[in-house]
Design a protein around this ligand. Structure first.
Ligand SMILES: NC(=O)c1ccc[n+]([C@@H]2O[C@H](COP(=O)([O-])OP(=O)(O)OC[C@H]3O[C@@H](n4cnc5c(N)ncnc54)[C@H](OP(=O)(O)O)[C@@H]3O)[C@@H](O)[C@H]2O)c1
Length: 249
């Protein structure tokens, strides 16, 4: 809080965020907001990260590769000396009916969404600032409601599993003063939705009580709030950003 008691979302001066998916819609918004909040940021993607800033350490990272995850986290420590916020936004959707889903495609989606989170938690834990470090994973409304062929069974299953992985770590890491959260967005205006046809977009919007998709900035704002002292007594939470599509989570 400032002296006028005006709330600020997050004062991250002197803090370091490690962000995956920083080439994607939500991850890029998180990096921008973390920079605005004063943080230094290790920004990772498979493609080149679109930030040219002294406070950004750009890293190439395939999140399913354990050695690469460990090396990227070590690079952040070597460069910035600490990790305060571990924000894992990299993820992928599947598609199609379950009876048409190959084991290979199942494994790719599960490892990209779920196993990668295990790897980041495992290799991030020793370096997270204790007490005070915060981890934010990324789920989906599909993890609440089962999803559909639009994203496939591996997507909804992996996103549901992340909710319990979050709760597991929230309990295990609470004695260290670490907090662990997950976001569960509904449709968000990012390149991930480019795969949908106009009819599919119309159908999706029609089942959103608020009538509009969330923005990447709204998701990033929730990440910053969860990282902030405003959320100091919150851990293991699942933040529902579904424009009212899911109301009984
Ligand atoms: N957009 C939505 O409607 C929506 C809804 C609910 C949940 N989400 C979740 O939000 C998160 C962010 O998605 P987004 O909307 O920002 O999508 P996006 O724009 O498509 O970005 C996806 C990001 O994930 C990265 N990625 C995918 N596979 C990877 C891998 N194997 N290794 C490393 N990076 C990988 C991509 O990196 P490269 O581009 O460099 O390959 C990209 O940065 C995801 O977890 C997604 O499931 C999105």
């Amino acid at each position: 809080m400032t002296s006028t008691n005006k709330p600020i979302l997050l004062d991250a001066a002197g803090r370091v965020a490690f962000v995956t998916g920083a080439t994607g819609g939500i991850g890029q918004a998180v990096v921008r907001m973390m920079l605005d909040a004063g943080a230094n940021v290790a920004a990772t993607g498979r493609r080149a990260v679109p930030f040219d800033d002294d406070r950004v350490l750009p890293l190439t990272l395939e999140v399913t590769d354990e050695a690469a995850v460990s090396a990227a986290i070590q690079s952040c420590i070597d460069h910035f000396g600490r990790i305060d916020y571990l924000v894992h936004m990299a993820g992928m959707v599947g598609k199609g009916r379950l009876d048409e889903l190959s084991l290979e495609d199942w494994n790719t989606v599960v490892s990209t969404n779920l196993t990668s989170s295990f790897l980041l938690l495992k290799h991030g834990y020793p370096h997270l600032t204790k007490p005070g470090g915060v981890t934010v994973l990324c789920g989906s409304s599909n993890g609440y409601n089962g999803g559909s062929y639009l994203s496939g069974a591996a997507y909804s299953s992996s996103k549901a599993a992340l909710v319990n992985l979050t709760r597991y770590c929230a309990k295990e890491w609470a004695p260290d003063g670490l907090r662990v959260h997950i976001l569960s967005p509904g449709p968000v205006e990012t390149p991930m939705l480019d795969r949908l046809s106009n009819d599919q977009h119309d159908g999706l919007r029609s089942i959103l009580p608020l009538g509009h998709y969330a923005t990447a900035e709204e998701c990033a704002g929730a990440v910053l709030f969860l990282c902030s002292p405003h959320a100091a007594s919150m851990t293991g939470t699942n933040t529902n950003i579904s424009s009212g599509m899911v109301l009984d989570a």
